[in-house]
Design a protein around this ligand. Structure first.
Ligand SMILES: [Zn+2]
Length: 396
């Protein structure tokens, strides 16, 4: 009798634990600051407001089931798009976001301000914003920055892996790609940062080199974001953030949105992936010879070699370790989530797509975080930074 009572109590505890995380998750304003669906859609011809389960990591239905309240869609094209084509490509992706939202006015809304964001969330609509991932898309013209702002772009990542004429990337700085040109922001780059501050477009420090980072911190008058960056001390890859950078972002009142990519979380992943790559080298080479994009190639391999890749995924607890690390060095007010879904081919076990965000809330509870702190991590911290940058008073 006593034995069954214990079982009953245990079951009650498990059940109430489940209810707690679901309740916290549904009440939180969950913000994901980096999702690459729009560029994936161009490559793979997939439609966001259809069921893409098993095909992509995101779709509209799964965003709702995962409790995503605010999604910042990444506007991305790589270095092959330069002057005369990068700005146009970015606008094509913005067009597709407008088209998706236009088809779903009852469930989605493009939000231009903090106030509009809160209203959309209250009306149970997915609040959509966009972030330009790579300064090359302004093609060295301030007018293009204005134009992006008017179309709802609310952050710009100053570089992607490629440097611009005015800022150097983490990839180029770490590989010392330029022997003559000085690293960091040049005068035009500093003007870009100031112009973004003035417009109310958040400066995104993900992907930028360390020299550029420190130039940005000396120039910006507003809190910055790292829209999708993880911790260097736990996984020393070129574009993760070092402790002094994390401290500087906290001092500036900004926020670090942790990236879910296995290779940025798990320091053993690169070695594991290298073994996988060597094993399938001929197949990789033949696909690259066809001039297929990296996204298409990754997609092909992730489906064909699912089992092999599955065992390489780190545990979900490692993502929580990265969050925890930032909290331990600067406190709970400077960390959030920037999944990189649909831009990555591997995430921790259990995080297969946007529908799995509640598992993060569950894991944070298990790690001992309070409801208040979890709500900050899920979105509250980002909202503070967005509000501090927001200048939007409507268009004249
Ligand atoms: Zn990126």
């Amino acid at each position: 009798m006593r034995y069954s009572l214990i079982i009953l109590l245990l079951l009650f505890q498990i059940n109430s634990g489940a209810q707690t995380y679901k309740k916290i998750h549904s009440e939180a304003i969950l913000v994901d600051t980096h999702n690459d669906f729009l560029s994936k859609a161009v490559e793979s011809h997939v439609v966001f407001d259809t069921n893409l389960n098993g095909i992509t990591q995101s779709d509209l239905g799964r965003m709702f089931s995962g409790g995503v309240k605010v999604q910042v869609f990444s506007i991305f094209c790589d270095e092959h798009y330069g002057r005369g084509s990068a700005f146009a490509m970015a606008n094509r992706e913005l067009d597709s976001l407008y088209a998706i939202v236009g088809r779903n006015p009852k469930t989605m809304q493009i939000v231009y301000s903090y106030k509009e964001l809160l209203r959309a969330v209250k009306e149970h609509k997915l609040a959509c914003m966009s972030g330009v991932e790579g300064g090359h898309m302004i093609e060295d013209k301030m007018d293009n920055l204005d134009s992006f702002y008017k179309r709802g772009v609310r952050y710009m990542t100053l570089t992607w892996n490629n440097s611009t004429s005015w800022s150097t990337s983490a990839m180029d700085e770490s590989q010392q790609a330029f022997k003559v040109t000085s690293y960091g922001l040049n005068d035009f780059g500093k003007q870009v940062v100031k112009k973004m501050n003035q417009l109310g477009m958040m400066v995104d420090v993900s992907h930028i080199g360390e020299k550029t980072f420190w130039d940005v911190m000396a120039t910006t008058t507003r809190p910055v974001i790292a829209s999708h960056s993880s911790v260097y001390a736990l996984c020393p890859v070129f574009r993760n953030l070092k402790d002094d950078q994390i401290r500087a972002i906290a001092k500036n009142g900004g926020v670090i949105q942790v990236n879910f990519y296995s290779g940025f979380l798990d320091s053993t992943y690169v070695r594991k992936f290298d073994t996988f790559y060597k094993k399938h080298r001929h197949e990789y080479d033949s696909m690259y010879n066809l001039k297929l994009s990296a996204l298409v190639v990754e997609d092909y391999f992730s489906k064909k070699y699912k089992t092999e890749l599955e065992i390489m995924r780190p545990p979900l607890s490692l993502l929580i370790d990265h969050i925890d690390y930032i909290v331990k060095i600067v406190g709970v007010d400077y960390v959030g989530l920037g999944s990189d879904f649909d831009g990555i081919d591997s995430a921790p076990v259990g995080l297969d797509g946007v529908e799995d965000f509640p598992k993060i809330t569950e894991a944070l509870i298990k790690r001992g975080y309070s409801e208040k702190d979890i709500k900050k991590i899920l979105g509250g911290n980002f909202l503070r930074v967005f509000k501090a940058n927001d200048n939007y008073r409507g268009f004249q």
